[in-house]
Design a protein around this ligand. Sequence first.
Ligand code: FE2
Length: 181
Amino acid sequence: MREEIKRIWPEIEWIKDEDIKEKTYKCWEYAIENSVLSAEDLEKIPFSLLIDDCDITFMNHKRTCVQLSVDIAKTMEKNFGTKINWDYLISGAILIDVGKLLEYEITDGKLGTSRDGKLLRHPFSGVAIADRFGLPYDIHHIIAYHSKEGDLGKRTVESIIVHHADFVSFEPFQNAKTLKV
Ligand SMILES: [Fe+2]
């Protein structure tokens, strides 16, 4: 399983703190072990079930979000002198959708969202997974606040960056949100 995770998530090796890196691997191992999907499936399924004819895969979307987060943070550090906790940023960005693995179900060969997934969206189940492996609360925070659920609270700098990197790689594909002129 570890080799599978390393293959689909090379960005986990960007984490410098060995403890955070190991726990980030464990979260993904746990999620895949408890999901109807395999690591290989994540390289094939569309990143959103809400977009028709979506040809961007789950892994492409998630890895792009991590890469964008790092690019944004580097520019902010260089131009504004913004202090970034890189391991929180990278681990958090890698884990924002780990809970999604527990949201899926396959009915009559069709991928959908399970009842449990509707009751507890992935920002919440993702925090439960991060807590199971003892990751720092700063990373719980990035997972919990990455989505619209976090809009009512205040976000850390790392959390703001990951939230926007996630939405910028999602909203352009939503017809309802994108102006086409
Ligand atoms: Fe998400």
